[in-house]
Write a protein that binds this ligand. Structure first.
Ligand code: ZN
Length: 194
């Protein structure tokens, strides 16, 4: 915070939200997949100056001050490894990610929505172990019934994933795949109601 003001005469021709920088942990995996760890270019430049990160890739866009110029980093890696032992947030995105962006009943990947395996009318909770990704078709077919009642088979038993499991899944959906959806993260990161 405030680094740019500590860098005298740094020209700021860029919009604040432009040129986000992907943050990798010291093992070169994204620090977070979901939300994807991104910094503003200002914070990325700050971290470079504080010697906290190594530049992995950069944009062609330059920033200049009176004494220096640098290409804006697009990917940086932290020099100190940040241990990751927290539980993943119960968000739409993480839930879809856990289920590989496909319906747990039929495997389809379009028109995904959420399904309460044990229906709400029977007291089913909105939780990691009762919510699955399902296509709209299967969701409508199942209605307010249990899978057994509906004659439908879950291909995966829902459970809270570890951050490592989500990260492994995240590698199937690398940042390039997600780039256009960054703007949607405000949506994706909403905590599901419990
Ligand atoms: Zn389906």
């Amino acid at each position: 915070m405030g680094l740019i003001s500590e860098l005298p005469d740094m020209a700021m021709p860029l919009k604040d939200g432009s040129h986000p920088c992907l943050i990798l942990n010291a093992d070169y995996q994204p620090l977070n997949y979901f939300p994807l760890s991104l910094w503003s270019w200002q914070d990325a430049v700050k971290a470079v100056f504080l010697d906290r990160v190594s530049i992995v890739e950069h944009y062609s866009q330059e920033v200049r001050s009176a004494n220096m110029s640098m290409l804006l980093p697009s990917v940086v890696a932290l020099k100190d490894f940040v241990p990751q032992n927290r539980s993943p947030a119960f968000t739409r995105f993480n839930l879809f990610l856990r289920d590989g962006f496909s319906c747990v009943y039929c495997g389809n990947d379009d028109e995904l929505t959420f399904d309460h395996v044990h229906p709400r009318r029977l007291g089913g909770q909105t939780s990691w172990d009762n919510i699955v990704a399902a296509c709209t078709k299967c969701n409508l077919k199942k209605g307010g019934r249990t899978p057994v009642e509906a004659g439908m088979v879950l291909t995966r038993a829902p459970a809270q994933p570890s951050i490592y499991e989500l990260q492994a899944q995240g590698r199937r959906f690398p940042p390039g795949y997600l780039h256009e959806s960054w703007l949607d993260f405000l949506y994706w990161d909403l905590e599901l109601q419990t």
